[in-house]
Design a protein around this ligand. Structure first.
Ligand code: SF4
Length: 207
């Protein structure tokens, strides 16, 4: 549910939303969610709203509940449990409404990093094509243009055993130091090695 909510809002807010949704609904039960979409809509919209897109998110949440019920017997953890490969887990997440490459790759990393489940085939993991990751890859010269395939390929070449491992460090550098406007290069841990192609990251937009 956190992956679904993580869309154009700060990560902290997105990942608190499922907890707050459960508080407001009194459950996060897929069958009950499907049975009462209006309750989901009300719970997400009531002030303070759990998301900026109060028209879109309820539909994604109900669709996610439907998918978990029909494909995973009502158990969301079956999306990733059972020693599945990074590639398979990513594809499973991408099958959910509102979840694209960025969020699906991020989900794989979270599952592996926090040991929610054994993830095999980590050489098939990917960085998320996220705004912070993109800015850092461009400014550090890992890629020359803002292109999803090129960035995924660059990560695979840099760290073939686990390309997705580059995701969190790049995201953190982007969020803490490599700001969209003027980056804080003196404080950045990459300051001594980065070629600082600051202008390359200026146009990076999107979720
Ligand atoms: S050194 Fe500067 S340009 Fe390079 S990643 Fe750090 S903040 Fe960004």
């Amino acid at each position: 549910m956190g992956v679904v909510f993580d869309h154009h809002i700060p990560a902290e807010r997105a990942w608190t939303a499922p907890y707050l949704l459960r508080e407001r609904l009194g459950h996060l039960d897929p069958e009950q969610i499907i049975a009462s979409p209006s309750s989901v809509s009300r719970a997400i919209s009531m002030p303070p709203a759990l998301h900026r897109y109060t028209q879109t998110l309820p539909g994604w949440v109900v669709a996610a509940a439907h998918r978990v019920l029909t494909n995973y017997d009502g158990h969301a953890d079956r999306i990733w449990s059972g020693g599945r490969s990074a590639k398979e887990i990513q594809e499973r997440f991408q099958a959910f409404a509102g979840v694209g490459q960025k969020k699906a790759a991020m989900a794989v990393e979270i599952i592996h990093r926090h040991r929610f489940a054994e993830v095999s085939g980590l050489e098939g993991s990917d960085i998320a094509f996220d705004v912070h990751v993109r800015r850092v890859f461009l400014r550090t010269g890992l890629v020359e243009v803002d292109d999803r395939s090129l960035m995924i390929q660059a990560a695979r070449e840099l760290h073939p055993e686990r390309p997705g491992a580059l995701d969190l460090p790049a995201w953190l550098v982007g969020r803490r130091w490599c700001h969209p406007g003027v980056p804080n290069c003196p404080g950045c841990p990459l300051g001594e090695v980065c070629p600082k192609h600051v202008e390359r990251g200026a146009a990076v937009r999107g979720g």
